[in-house]
Ligand binder design. Sequence first.
Ligand code: ZN
Length: 209
Amino acid sequence: MAIEKLVGESIEQKKSCNLCKEASLETGKKTDYGSIIVFRIGTGTEDGWFATLSPKTGGLEKDFSLQLMPFSHLTHFAQLLKYSKLAKNYGIAFAKLNHAMAKVMAEESKKFKLTAKSKYSAISIATYGKCTNWKEKKEHLHIKIFPFSGNIGQPYTVDSSFGKKKEFNDKTGKSFVKMKPVEKIYIPKKRLEILSVRLIKILEDEKTW
Ligand SMILES: [Zn+2]
């Protein structure tokens, strides 16, 4: 698709979009869904992003996930090409959120030791994002960032590690792999609050180069 044909924000979808409503909330505020705004960058629809701490997890100990979204109702990653400041701030926001998540994971678990030699080397973080069909401009663009564990309850993409799983055959001869059932749980209220306060503090302290 040629750049000149890239479409902008879907104004008609804004009214019924919950993420568009959340975009106006200040850092620290809770959304109707129960997530907490932990980060904002930019001032308007052509440069702004916000991130939330999700109230639910894939059911793993000390798990948590972040979600990054533009202020504007964009539905395709390609649309970032239309707004250069938005694209620039996406990179900054993505880097900061990943850094903040790694820092919290290191603080919470000894297995993610920080050493001068290999900072964050033992910390696996994954991301997930998708574009909807170009004609059906519905879903507000969002990117999930989370500690990677390979649990099916996580929003992870099927990658090479999935391909390495042992294969079984059913009665018809079709092959399949075994996975644990999807289980989503709410993060305890107190922990969600502590996590959000810590993340906001780290994200405020982080420098932008
Ligand atoms: Zn929206």
